[in-house]
Each structure stands twice: as structure tokens, then as C-alpha cells.
Design a binder for this molecule. Structure first.
Ligand code: GLY
Length: 560
């Protein structure tokens, strides 16, 4: 009781301190955008130069990414927008996550014996949830933006119609899909030449997508969900064996939710609430870590503690998290300091706790070029952290005839059967079971990390790796690292199951490897690097703005 009171007083003091700092702040004056593609970053600046704010820029960047980074996101996908509006100093959250169609059933991806049908939740038209991204952009534009949505969509329409040069990341992703894409005339026409992946720099034009975007510009973003386009979407999905209906589209709503707020070492953490698991897990892990003195820990101990916190946060994710409109998610409990302090008592500094001591095992999966994140601060101090997705690269890789839209395969983010891992090796329980019109659980973690004198807008793609990346970025930011250092830092990952520590080349020194192995960790060197973190930092005391795109990707961070 006394402890809870002290925590409340500490949180109040932190809020007052931050409120004072915010009240004193001058607006940044300049703007900063970091996204996964230079042309998407540029689309955002084009709209800012035309008088738009960060929210208009977010519409422009989202639409542009749907064109130039079709692996990561698209209009037939979904995502989350975390907003800070400078005028009232408040944070907002737009949940544009996909929902299961009304005809979805909890056993729809299982065979008669109750076993998962291989690939059905990933490769088929049944894998597609009802899209949320256009509805999310509609809320951004109409409630928070200054410009007509048509103006913010203009750069994307131009990029789809006139084309853009093929970049290395998209080139690699196309090579992975070449055989599937060669069999689909519309996809092949857009992305291949004579059935093969064209050389780098080839101009990629998507006329059908340009027409779809043009339609949304002239009739409004909500026209995605009704009328001719909705009819075409439903017919296109059903022709491929899907179960969408016009009623599903008409019933879709983006939902505005309260962002989650926590604190760690003087920082205010603002992040995504359920149906994302990101904010709960991030705050829970930071609360656990606050029980230890990370600043004075040697590097191996620091990594050990982060791994142990990650193990526990991912376990809770698997058990408790789901769509809050369908299940009771114990957010208060999971994000309370008392709960974290209890969990932290099971963390030994000298030994790893095997995940099997908590539950059974499931396999992991490699992470492809899926999902996307961008970060924006405008000259007035408005902010957007947006993470958008089709789930896997190009979603299911299936295109809806005549629309230029790739279908998401977000249904795989549900738990199709308790304990059966999804495509990311993540297990789940009843809370994330499939149900009609339910939102599938996500790991996307768009976040603001606020210190009295600095703020970071951050997030990343990377499936089950996302939360750990944002956790490490948060710790690095609080330690005073620059945006460029934060996005480039080598990564380690633990997700409870499988019980292994994956690490990027260069992420662990020999001494750290020995120290972690001696503690009982199983280390797994990843041949590939993962994630595509985008960070924007505003230092209020110096007035300096930084924008950095992850060097693992093709993106660009720019200040102007
Ligand atoms: N589709 C990845 C996620 O939402 O976590």
C-alpha cells in the first residue's frame, strides 16, 4: 500500500516535471521524418511544405510506403498510429488493426483431426483480415490533419502512376517471391519483366494501384469500405477462396484508444495499448529492469538482465494478451510495478531461468522484410509514430484483381490453437483465439520516450522481434545515445519460446558470449540482421532535431 502510494507520488512528480518542461518548450521549428524509403520520407516533407502538419505527413508517408515498399504495408493491411498533438499536449492512438471476417471460425485453419493445415493461415485468401489502414488514415486526415486527404495522397498517386526506381531491399524481396509472382499476370506486369526480377534501378509502375489511390482521393478514404471498390474487393477475395463480405467492410471502424503510459528512470514511456502487446510488454520489461542497477552492470550482466526480462514479458504476452473488445486483458496488473517487482525476484544475476520451467517449447521463424515503421515530428512539435503491416512480406503475395492491392495475411497473428506457434514462432492462448470481427494480437510498438529535455519517436518492423528492439532503443536513448547510434546498434533477442538468445553479427563479444553461456543461455548466431528501426529525436534544451533510418534498410531520416 505504502509502496503503491510512493509509486503514485513518483509518477505524479514525473508528470509535473514533464508538464513543466513541455510548457517551457519552444516548438522545434524544423521537422524530422524517418521512414523505410527515401521517397516516402520525401512524400511527408512535400505535404509539410504545402502547409500540412505531422498528421497530414503521416497520411502521405503511409500512402507512399504502400507504393514504394509493398513488402511492408499496404492499403489492404492495417496498423497503429500513436500521435502527440502539440496544441493540447495530449497523446492519442488510432487502432487501425485488421479484424477477422464475420465468417471466421476458431478452427478455420485446422484439419478434421484438429491439426493446423500447413500454410493455410499464411498463403491463402482465408489469411486476410478486413483491412484497417484506409480507415486509420481517414481519422488522421479528418480529425487531426489540416489538408484535404486528396492532397496528402497526391505523392503516392504520382509514385504509383509514374513509377520509382527498384531498390536493393525490394529487389531481394521480389527474388524470394519470383515464382509465385510470375504466375499472377497483374503482379508480374507491375513487378517483373518477362517473368524475372528486373535489375536494380528499373522503374516500377503500378497503374492499378494508382487508380485505386486516385479513387480514394476523389471519393474519400472511407470509400474503401463501401460502393464499387468494396464490391470489387469482396469479389476479388472470394474468387480466391476468401470469406470477406460487403458487410464486413461496411462494419469496419478504426478505434481511438488511450495510449499506455509508464515510466522508467525519469522517462515517460507512451506506447501502444492492446490489441498490440507492444506497450504492455515494453512497460512490463522496463518495470522489471528498474529493479536492477543497469547503469553500473557490466555489459554481459546488462544483456543477461534484458534477456531475462524479455523472456518473462513474452510469456505474459502469450498467456494474457488479445483484443480488449473481446477478452479482459489485465493491463493494470501487467504494467504495475508491484507485479514486475514480483517477477524480478525470479531473475538471478548468475543464471538464466529456462523457459521450460515456465511452459513447453515452440519453434521460431526467420524474419523477412515485413511490416514498416515511420516517425515524424513537425515544426510545431506534433508527433506521429506509426507501424503498419500486411504481416509477412507482401502479405500472402496475393493481389486483388484490378486494384493493385496485396492481401494481408494477418489472420496468422491469431493463435489458431493454444500452444501452436504462428509464423513468428509466437505461441498464444485463449485470449488471442480467432473470433468473428475480433482484432488479432500484434507486436507492433510505436512509442514516444520522453525525458524532461529530450523526446524520441520510435518503432520498427520485425514481427516477434519488435518489442525487444524498441526496449533496447529505449534503454539506449535514456543512456544518451544519438538517433543514428540507436538505429544501428547490433541486436539480441529472446522471446520466451524458443528458449534461445538470437544475436546479430557483432552483437556479442567473445567475452559476453562466454559469460552468457556460463549463465546457461543457449546462443544462436543469426546469419542475417533484422528489423528496420526509424527514430526521430528532439532535444528541447539544444533545439537539435535528429532523424535516423536503420542502416539495415533502404530508408532515410531527414531534418528540414
Ligand atoms: N503482423 C505483425 C504484428 O502485428 O505483430
Amino acid at each position: 500500500m505504502k509502496r503503491a502510494l510512493l509509486q503514485s507520488l513518483a509518477a505524479l512528480a514525473l508528470s509535473l516535471q514533464l508538464a513543466a518542461a513541455l510548457a517551457a518548450e519552444a516548438a522545434p521549428g524544423k521537422a524530422a521524418i524517418a521512414s523505410a524509403h527515401p521517397l516516402a520520407t520525401e512524400a511527408g516533407f512535400e505535404v509539410l511544405r504545402a502547409g500540412g502538419n505531422a498528421f497530414d505527413a503521416a497520411v502521405a508517408v503511409s500512402a507512399a510506403l504502400a507504393v514504394v515498399e509493398p513488402t511492408g504495408s499496404g492499403l489492404a493491411g492495417g496498423g497503429f498510429y500513436l500521435l502527440h498533438r502539440a496544441a493540447d499536449g495530449k497523446d492519442y492512438f488510432i487502432d487501425a488493426r485488421e479484424i477477422a471476417p464475420a465468417a471466421a471460425r476458431s478452427d478455420m485453419f485446422l484439419d478434421q483431426r484438429g491439426d493446423p493445415v500447413p500454410g493455410l493461415s499464411v498463403n491463402s485468401a482465408l489469411a486476410a483480415g478486413i483491412p484497417g489502414e484506409p480507415a486509420g488514415m481517414a481519422v488522421l486526415a479528418s480529425k487531426y490533419g489540416r489538408l484535404p486527404a486528396a492532397q496528402s495522397l497526391a505523392p503516392a498517386i504520382r509514385l504509383a502512376r509514374d513509377g520509382f526506381a527498384l531498390t536493393p531491399r525490394l529487389h531481394d524481396a521480389l527474388r524470394g517471391k519470383q515464382r509465385q509472382f510470375a504466375a499472377d499476370p497483374q503482379v508480374a506486369r507491375n513487378f517483373l519483366r518477362d517473368g524475372a526480377v528486373p535489375p536494380l534501378g528499373t522503374v516500377i509502375r503500378q497503374p492499378e494501384l494508382a487508380r485505386t489511390l486516385q479513387l480514394l482521393a476523389s471519393k474519400g478514404l472511407d470509400s474503401f469500405y463501401k460502393g464499387d471498390l468494396a464490391k470489387r474487393l469482396v469479389a476479388g477475395v472470394r474468387a480466391q477462396g476468401g470469406i470477406w463480405t460487403e458487410e464486413d467492410l461496411a462494419a469496419y471502424r478504426a478505434v481511438e484508444r488511450e495510449p499506455l503510459v509508464g515510466s522508467y528512470r525519469g522517462a515517460r514511456i507512451v506506447s501502444a495499448p492492446p490489441p498490440s502487446s507492444g506497450g504492455v510488454a515494453l512497460i512490463e520489461a522496463l518495470n522489471m529492469l528498474s529493479q536492477f542497477d543497469l547503469t553500473h552492470a557490466d555489459s554481459a550482466l546488462r544483456k543477461h538482465l534484458i534477456i531475462e526480462a524479455s523472456r518473462r514479458m513474452h510469456r505474459d504476452r502469450a498467456i494474457h494478451l488479445g483484443d480488449p473488445d473481446f477478452v479482459q486483458v489485465p493491463v493494470q496488473r501487467l504494467t504495475s510495478m508491484d507485479y514486475a517487482a514480483g517477477l524480478a525476484t525470479s531473475i538471478r544475476t548468475d543464471r538464466a531461468l529456462p523457459s521450460q520451467a515456465l511452459s513447453g517449447l515452440g519453434p521460431g521463424a526467420p524474419q523477412g522484410p515485413q511490416t514498416t515503421h515511420f516517425s515524424v515530428i513537425d515544426g510545431d512539435g506534433n508527433r506521429v509514430a506509426a507501424t503498419l503491416t500486411l504481416n509477412f512480406g507482401f502479405g500472402s503475395g496475393r493481389m486483388i484483381a484490378g486494384t493493385g492491392l496485396f492481401l494481408n495475411n494477418e489472420m496468422d497473428d491469431f493463435s489458431m490453437k493454444p500452444g501452436v506457434p504462428n509464423g513468428y514462432g509466437l505461441v498464444g492462448e485463449e485470449a488471442n483465439k480467432i473470433a468473428p470481427r475480433k482484432r488479432m494480437l500484434s507486436s507492433m510498438t510505436p512509442s514516444f520516450i520522453e525525458l524532461p529535455d529530450r523526446v524520441m519517436v520510435v518503432g520498427s518492423p520485425g514481427g516477434s522481434f519488435i518489442i525487444g528492439m524498441v526496449l533496447n532503443a529505449t534503454l539506449d536513448f535514456i543512456d544518451g545515445r544519438s538517433a543514428a547510434e540507436i538505429v544501428a546498434a547490433p541486436r539480441i533477442h529472446h522471446q520466451y519460446l524458443p528458449d534461445v538468445v538470437r544475436y546479430e553479427p557483432g552483437a556479442l563479444t567473445d567475452a559476453e558470449q562466454q559469460s552468457l553461456t556460463a549463465r546457461g543461455h543457449v546462443l544462436n548466431a543469426s546469419p542475417r540482421r533484422w528489423g528496420n528501426l526509424q527514430a526521430v529525436i528532439w532535444d528541447r534544451s539544444s533545439g537539435r532535431l535528429e532523424a535516423a533510418a536503420d542502416p539495415r534498410g533502404d530508408g532515410v531520416g531527414k531534418v528540414e
